[in-house]
Design a protein around this ligand. Structure first.
Ligand SMILES: [Zn+2]
Ligand SMILES: [Zn+2]
Length: 290
């Protein structure tokens, strides 16, 4: 768990240090989050004028999965596609640019070191389960209060134990935190307060963030358009690229995609909520997972 001394060099990859506990030289600074990343934790997409780290590339992958923006007079038009679903709210999300990746193979060719390093995790993501996750995503979108409350209840259940562990650790480590929490109901009270804060944050995201996030992937909000009708292949959304996004996120955070990401508080605190929700739906959609 110790980070080796690095002969005076300080330009080490953020993810290697924080996740792998090893010091590897960074080769680029992420254009989105500004972290320094090595070749196995980042890449330089040709259509983006900046290097991106492997925690930010999953967002580019989900956006790319929706394909090219509808052809028409310029990008970012809010006119919508003829015969499409609801218009994009507020004129879309700033106008979808050319997708960073044309396909899964194109991603692998553009970021070869990262692609190789993450091949196991990306390869383990089942495409049928991704399709099912997308259908459940639409369930949340339409909500459908009962579905959202169901989902939030589920994540409250998943985060409870890791939160309790962390609160207990903080109370043991810090006398001032112990006194603070003792006045507020002790371990149990503190745990519920923290769990509620997380659930509330995701409730707000489902209300305010889910729709623009989905539109950023594909503007026609219909699951049959996205992934094809049930029992039929096809659909506008590239399921392999969505699988790449889920797998790459798992690789970046050292997650097991079969398990709920809400078991990992660093992920809950630090990752893009859209991808956390998608990863949660994926874990819930695994057939063996009750
Ligand atoms: Zn690295
Ligand atoms: Zn980044």
């Amino acid at each position: 768990m110790t980070v080796p001394a690095h002969n005076g060099a300080v330009a080490t990859c953020y993810q290697c240090v924080t996740i792998r506990k090893s010091a590897v030289d960074g080769i680029g600074v992420c254009g989105i989050c500004n972290s320094l990343a090595c070749a196995q934790h980042g890449g330089l997409p040709r259509n983006r004028p900046a290097f991106h780290c492997s925690r930010c590339i999953p967002g580019l992958l989900t956006q790319s999965a929706g394909g090219s923006p509808p052809s028409g007079p310029g990008p970012g038009g809010g006119a919508g596609t003829p015969g499409s679903g609801p218009p994009t709210p507020g004129g879309g999300t700033g106008g979808a640019a050319v997708p960073a990746f044309q396909s899964s193979l194109d991603f692998e060719l553009q970021a070869p070191d990262l692609a190789q390093a993450s091949a196991d995790q990306r390869g383990a993501v089942e495409l049928d389960t991704v399709r099912e996750s997308v259908r459940r995503l639409f369930g949340l979108y339409r909500d459908e209060r009962p579905r959202r409350e169901d989902f939030l209840g589920r994540i409250a259940y998943e985060v409870r134990e890791p939160v309790q562990d962390e609160v207990g650790r903080q109370m043991r480590q810090r006398p001032n935190a112990y006194a603070y929490w003792e006045e507020r109901g002790g371990l149990d009270g503190a745990t519920w307060t923290e769990v509620d804060a997380i659930v509330e944050r995701y409730r707000r995201w489902l209300i305010e963030g889910l729709l623009p996030w989905m539109v950023s992937i594909h503007p026609v909000l219909d699951e049959n358009v996205w992934v094809g009708a049930r029992d039929e292949p096809g659909g506008m959304v590239d399921v392999l690229l969505l699988a790449d996004a889920i797998g790459l996120q798992a690789y970046s955070w050292s997650l097991d995609p079969q398990r709920s990401p809400f078991r990992r508080l660093d992920v809950v605190a630090g990752a893009d909520p859209g991808l956390v929700v998608l990863a949660e739906l994926y874990a819930q959609s695994i057939p063996a997972y009750p």
